[in-house]
Write a protein that binds this ligand. Structure first.
Ligand SMILES: [Zn+2]
Length: 385
């Protein structure tokens, strides 16, 4: 780790290690971390007193985010070397991009804040908020949060996503084959950017007033769909490539559409109900490289970043908490939360035996880590797993 302080009094590594304990133990705040300062754990972990909440916040504002990203790459390399990160059955590693708003406030702003005007009961008010784009790698049974990039004032999500992707492609050139996102990423600049870097793009195709959508609908209308079973869902799928009605993209694209149905029994009255969902994706993936079923599976795995990425990060790692309202500090805390999330997931998925995983949750593991802080304080032995 490196920082730009002229004469650091407390080693940055100790401060970052303290923040790591905060995320692994899901303590949720720097104050909670500081309250554990009398725990003997810190003397063992840091060989000294832990830094104060204020010091951790201040130092994280001057730590270079790239230093933290280096640690993230080391975690990824170890997972790869240990063959912990295998592609799904279709053989394609997928990188999912998505934007996320971390917090909003009317009271404080910083150089990195975005602004919007909001109608409130007391009239129109300027609200300040932060958004970032995250890239998550989706493997067979494990996801890894690779990197994040803040959306700067005045720019759109796709612009920030391309900046993020540019760096990720340089640092993880062979980590994935396909990059995908929601309908926002059905953007010709983005598709051409991904193609120019030797990867394939996939995005949700929405029913908009675009020629590609109209062309696909008219061609699909005359074709019999192919039925594909996807878990409990039965999908009627249409799949055609060679569309040239999106001329801004440097090569013809493929459209895959599905109407998916599943019968469920309602808990309330025991009656059967049929659920139906409509999906469409546009992609540069050729049929020879990805079957219809593969595109369907890749498209649906986009939700992994919501369910396994942001959900884990925000609800359990407290990544949305503003540990210090400073653009660099917020990015550093987010990157640290992502690394800790990856480490916890890897430990849980790969180090614990299945029988033990059946008995304990990841949350339980974090609570045990937190408990070490408090047990040491009370002079009690550490809890067994
Ligand atoms: Zn701000």
């Amino acid at each position: 780790m490196c920082d730009s302080r002229t004469a650091p009094q407390i080693p940055t590594a100790a401060i970052v290690r303290s923040a790591v304990v905060m995320f692994l133990g899901r303590l949720g705040s720097l104050n909670a971390l500081e309250q554990s300062s009398s725990s003997a754990f810190w003397r063992k972990w840091l060989r000294g007193d832990p830094p104060s909440a204020d010091t951790v916040g201040r130092v994280c504002a001057v730590v270079e985010p790239d230093s933290v990203r280096t640690v993230g790459r080391q975690v990824y390399s170890r997972l790869k070397r240990g063959k912990a990160l295998a592609p799904p059955a279709h053989g394609l590693m997928v990188a999912v991009l998505d934007g996320h708003e971390s917090h909003a406030t009317y009271r404080r702003c910083c150089d990195g804040c975005l602004q919007r005007t909001v109608e409130t009961r007391n009239g129109r008010k300027v609200q300040y908020y932060h958004r970032h784009v995250t890239l998550q790698l989706v493997g067979r049974d494990m996801t890894v949060l690779l990197d994040a990039e803040p959306i700067r004032p005045g720019e759109g999500e796709v612009t920030a996503a391309m900046r993020l992707l540019d760096r990720v492609l340089e640092q993880y050139p062979r980590a994935f084959d396909v990059v995908q996102g929601d309908a926002l990423y059905a953007n010709s600049t983005f598709f051409n950017f991904v193609l120019s870097r030797g990867k394939h793009a996939l995005a949700v195709l929405k029913n908009e007033t675009r020629d590609l959508w109209s062309d696909a609908q008219s061609l699909f209308a005359d074709r019999t769909p192919v039925a594909i079973q996807r878990g409990r869902w039965l999908a009627d799928c249409w799949d055609l490539e060679g569309f040239t009605s999106w001329p801004q993209v440097s090569q013809p694209v493929r459209v895959v559409q599905s109407v998916e149905r599943m019968t469920v029994r309602r808990q309330l009255d025991g009656q059967e109900e049929q659920l139906e969902a409509h999906w469409a994706w546009v992609t540069t993936l050729p049929a020879g490289q990805a079957s219809t079923q593969a595109v369907l599976e890749v498209g649906h795995r986009r939700w992994a970043i919501e369910n396994e990425g942001f959900n884990e990060l925000t609800t359990r790692q407290h990544a949305d908490h503003v540990y210090r309202h400073h653009p660099e500090a917020m990015l550093v805390f987010l990157l640290l939360a992502m690394i800790c999330c990856n480490v916890l997931v890897a430990f849980y998925q790969r180090d614990l035996k299945p029988a033990l995983r059946d008995r304990v949750s990841m949350l339980h593991i974090s609570r045990l880590i937190a408990a070490e802080l408090y047990l040491y304080r009370a002079g009690l032995p550490a809890a067994p797993l």
